[in-house]
Write a protein that binds this ligand. Structure first.
Ligand SMILES: [Zn+2]
Length: 120
């Protein structure tokens, strides 16, 4: 993938802005500094994951709508509290980003489209 460095930086700043907004709402408290790293993943189906205090986001998500980016960040933030996708997990996602279902659906739609393109 040929991606300009400015594009990575710009996307990272955007994600950090969303993260900052969520943290400032005060619905979730995080110890230590959270970091966002924009990178490219080997597994094309994967868009994000979280390890320690770092949230990794795939560069290909840079064109995704804001609702999806917010959902991604809320999802990974919730994983700091609950590891698995239990009802408690989704409750926390909803507290961080109440409209998360819209972003989740949109992301699923994008994933389906990407899969169709790949198989075309
Ligand atoms: Zn998850």
């Amino acid at each position: 993938m040929d991606i300009h460095n400015d594009e990575v930086k710009e996307f990272q700043l955007k994600l950090e802005g969303i993260l900052k907004e969520f943290l400032e709402q005060g619905s979730i408290e995080v110890y230590g500094n959270l970091r966002i790293v924009v990178t490219s993943f080997n597994r094309p189906s994967r868009i994000t994951f979280q390890k320690g205090n770092t949230i990794y986001v795939c560069i290909k998500a840079r064109g995704y709508p804001d609702s999806v980016l917010r959902y991604i960040i809320a999802h990974e933030l919730a994983h700091l509290v609950v590891k698995k996708h239990t009802w408690r997990f989704w409750k926390i996602v909803g507290i961080i980003y109440p409209e998360y279902e819209r972003g989740k659906e949109e992301l699923m739609r994008i994933a389906r489209e990407e899969l169709m393109k790949k198989n075309a």
